[in-house]
Design a protein around this ligand. Sequence first.
Ligand SMILES: [Zn+2]
Length: 284
Amino acid sequence: MRSLGVGVLAWVLVGCGRSPSPLYPALEGSIGMTHRGVLTGSMEIPSEGPGYSFLRDNDRHHATPRFAQALVRAAAHVEEQRPGSVLVFGDLSKATGGTLLPHFSHRNGRDADLLLYATTLDGIPVASPDFIHYGPDGLAFHKKKKRYYRLDEEREWLLVKALIEDPDAHIQWIFVHRHVKARLIQWARASGESPELIARAFEVMAQPRPPGGLHDDHTHVRTTCTSEEVLRGCEPFGPARAWLEDPLDAPPPLPETSDAELVAELSRPLQSAGAPARSAAAAP
Ligand SMILES: [Zn+2]
């Protein structure tokens, strides 16, 4: 009986992570959740392209084609705006997804670690040398190189802006330390960015709770599932973003009410406020 119990438990645990099989032929792309999922039909970020490089030459630069292209597009956009900019990619996912230590997530092509844009102390843009921890003053000390680097708010903000303004990127989160977030929001406000854009950035950027790491040395960008991807096995979780033009992200529609009904509603005398608020005709 004991072995049967263990067997059932193993089946339940394995059964949680869906993957393509003859029973589920329609599953493809980003399947499951970011912390228990797999990836099919992935795209590897090309080893060379405008405005980016890899921190390490390994097999961890795969994502869904939609997300990979959005990241490449954002890096190219920053390079176009500020020639010579280099976005350094850390880990994304493996070609078929699955566990990617030491990360909890990165399992189904929806997560990317991006090093922060850096300058020298004199303000000369350089490719980020490694995961280096920026303090509230925007400075990071590289122990091996025995050198300080400065957070490049200008380029980092251009990247954040490019990502959250790209409708195909479907950015749900940019996990980053609150000090970095504060500096980027401050930069955006000083640059005269619109309140709507700043509100989006404020919502999307968040410092993760332990044990996920403070993210004062990189950003972790996550794309959500589009409604089309959900049909193929992507399991969304966490908040929807109201500005994304997708049924999954849009706020619930307002009840259909004709102009005449609205006028009647607004014109109701105050003494009838205790009466039922809506007529039967206004019910869905
Ligand atoms: Zn990460």
